[in-house]
Design a protein around this ligand. Structure first.
Ligand SMILES: [Zn+2]
Ligand SMILES: [Zn+2]
Length: 638
């Protein structure tokens, strides 16, 4: 007899060695039907595995996020099986689960998405066959024999320990896999292949290029449809597409991963930074600037030369090795050391919009989200240990003010001391308590990631949530015990003795380029008026009205609005359509009627048209909306 303990603490006895399905059936038929897999003493296992000892068991049903991962990985097997049925010469490598889906890397001639329907049809057939998925433990010897003609699988097996190798089979298809898997292929109720791209075997450009085919799977058609709608919405918001439509930025082969900002992109950039500067000035920050090229000895001192060199661009100037900075911090340390500090002038809040370069592999570059050159809205705050709590609280409040201006929600995560770390127990305790006390005083919920901090100090990460529910880590507040030590920073305390200041790095936007990309997608390019690169366009309905349009434009510009006149001899309809595609918040049309009455017709971004608006009223409403950085698209709302 064995005893099985369930999550609610109840215990049941079983004879022989029951499998999970039998155990689930003893509770209810419905449960057994919905079980995808189980967890035996914390280890995920196939539902049909026999339980041969006393154990704690938790069933994973179709409602569990972990079950969804098992389903998706099983869908990868089904896809591989379908591909082998259609392309018998294809060679399989690995097929892991990723966020929201799965992929399989396969050595085969390049395929296009046009071939997906054919593969999907074969997958449907395999699912309809409800093939049982069967696990088998095999010796290394037998695995090598089985895969004699499969170089990738052979390479993987050669790296495995004998006794730890298992195969999973469904119908004629067998794959080397640790599992667990769904009980039979019929569990896959909804799936879709999404895209294909090239990927090198083991990410090594010297090894063969494989076809990486992505897909996703769900337990219901409804969930799949919701997900596909979400992907469609994200695709419509793609900042690369909107960036081109709004003429904001571009990329060129002459400088891969380094964005070129166009005139309207710079308007957006400068508006973002003007706002940033006003908030930081009000919060007691000063702004500094350090060079982007610094010599090797500095990077040795900071530790980057040893730990980060592959990502740094280096060159030789006057026989001296130098590097383009990947971070602003070491320069910031030198700045702090240019004068003597007393406890009376702490905290020092020194900000720097610093241009940094990091060498990213060309394959991972992605619009403004992943670039090789970007600006960080850094600040280093130097303080006494007693100031930790109030300074961190100040940063949290600043972060909230800035994010809420964009209508972005956010959540906080505190990561604490990892196993390998520098600094004393007392330093870590002070630092962690300081951060925690600030979070408590701030009062918003936060997640605690125990032991997940960097080696040099605890940190708070800030994850924002955009308009379609995606989260992005942007802000971070990191306490650093390493650099003040390495750069021998000090201040004179009340006791007249030298002390080491506590230092934090913090960013709010993070990478300004990436934040801009996030904002473009968050607003789908429909920026609130204060942020829009072009705030108003004036469309005269014919050439004779051009002077009146120019006059109106001059009064807009005098009021500080970013406006322009579209004088092209195109139809009014076409000009309105183009202005709408450019997401210009205020589209102003002027005709004879408007000219004689001295009024305007105004189309706001919410699609409403307002007739007979006096120029004075228009300017006043627009200014009010801009000055309060309102999110409302209709400036006449209040
Ligand atoms: Zn597998
Ligand atoms: Zn820093």
């Amino acid at each position: 007899m064995i005893s099985i303990t369930f999550p609610d603490g109840s215990v049941k006895q079983f004879e022989n060695h029951p499998d999970g399905y039998t155990i689930a059936s003893s509770i209810s038929e419905g449960l057994a039907r919905n079980c995808v897999a189980m967890e035996v003493d914390g280890v995920k296992t196939d539902l049909y595995a026999a339980v041969d000892r006393d154990a704690h068991i938790r069933f994973l049903t179709t409602k569990d996020p972990e079950a969804l991962e098992i389903l998706r990985h099983s869908a990868a097997h089904v896809m591989a099986q379908a591909i082998l049925r259609l392309y018998p010469d294809a060679r399989l490598t690995i097929g892991p689960v990723v966020e929201d889906g799965f992929y399989y890397d396969i050595d085969m001639p390049p395929i296009s998405e046009e071939e997906f329907p054919k593969i999907e049809a074969e997958m449907k057939q395999i699912i309809k066959e409800k093939l049982p998925v069967v696990r088998e433990e095999v010796s290394k010897q037998r695995a090598m024999e089985f895969y004699a003609n499969e170089p990738y699988k052979l390479e993987m097996i050669s790296e495995l320990e004998d006794g730890s190798i298992s195969f999973y089979s469904q119908g004629e298809f067998t794959d080397l896999c640790r599992g667990p898997h769904i009980p039979h292929t019929g569990f896959i109720k909804a799936f879709k292949l999404l895209k294909v791209s090239g990927a090198y075997w083991r990410a090594d450009p010297n090894r063969p290029q494989l076809q990486r085919i992505y897909g996703t799977a769900f337990f219901s058609k409804k969930e799949l449809d919701d997900h596909l709608n979400f992907l469609e919405e994200a695709r419509k918001r793609d900042h690369r597409k909107i960036g081109a439509e709004l003429d904001l930025f571009s990329f060129h082969d002459e400088a891969p991963g380094m964005p070129f900002f166009h005139a309207d992109g710079m308007e957006l950039w400068n508006t973002l930074l003007d706002y940033w500067r006003s908030e930081h000035r009000a919060a007691g920050y000063v702004e500094t600037k350090t060079p982007i090229i610094l010599n090797r000895s500095l990077w040795e001192r900071s530790g980057h030369w040893e730990n980060y060199r592959e990502n740094m661009y280096t060159t030789v100037i006057d026989d001296t090795e130098v590097a383009i900075k990947p971070m602003n911090c070491p320069g910031g340390m030198l700045l702090y050391k240019t004068r003597r500090h007393s406890y009376k002038d702490l905290p020092v809040r020194a900000a720097e919009i610093g241009l940094v370069h990091r060498h990213e592999l060309s394959g991972v570059l992605s619009g403004l989200f992943r670039v090789r050159a970007f600006h960080q809205d850094d600040a280093h705050i130097f303080m006494t240990p007693e100031q930790i709590e109030s300074e961190i609280l100040g940063v949290l409040q600043l972060v909230e003010r800035i994010y809420s201006t964009f209508g972005l929600g956010f959540h906080l995560e505190l990561s604490t001391r990892p196993e390998k770390s520098i600094g004393t127990d007392a330093q870590w305790e002070d630092a962690t308590n300081g951060l925690q006390a600030a979070l408590e005083r701030y009062g918003k919920d936060y997640t605690l990631n125990e032991g997940d901090g960097p080696f040099y100090g605890p940190k708070i990460d800030i994850h924002i949530k955009d308009a379609i529910g995606r989260t992005w880590q942007c802000g971070t507040i990191q306490l650093d015990m390493s650099l003040p030590e390495r750069f021998d920073l000090s201040y004179v305390g009340q006791d007249n003795a030298k002390h080491q200041p506590v230092m934090i790095h913090r960013v709010v936007y993070g990478s300004i380029e990436r934040f801009l990309g996030i904002l473009i997608e968050h607003f789908a390019g429909r920026f609130p008026l204060w942020l829009a690169p072009v705030q108003a366009v004036i469309l005269p309905i014919n050439d004779s009205l051009a002077p009146f349009a120019e006059e109106t434009n001059a009064s807009f510009q005098q009021a500080g609005l970013r406006s322009r006149v579209d004088k092209r001899t195109e139809s009014l309809n076409k000009k309105v359509r183009e202005a709408q595609l450019a997401r210009i918040p205020l589209i102003v049309t002027v005709g004879e009627k408007e000219k004689s009455a001295g009024t305007l017709s105004v189309r706001t971004l919410d699609g409403q048209v307002h007739y007979g608006v006096s120029t004075g009223h228009f300017i006043q409403a627009a200014r009010a909306n801009i000055d309060e950085r309102a999110l409302a698209l209709n400036i006449f709302d209040n």
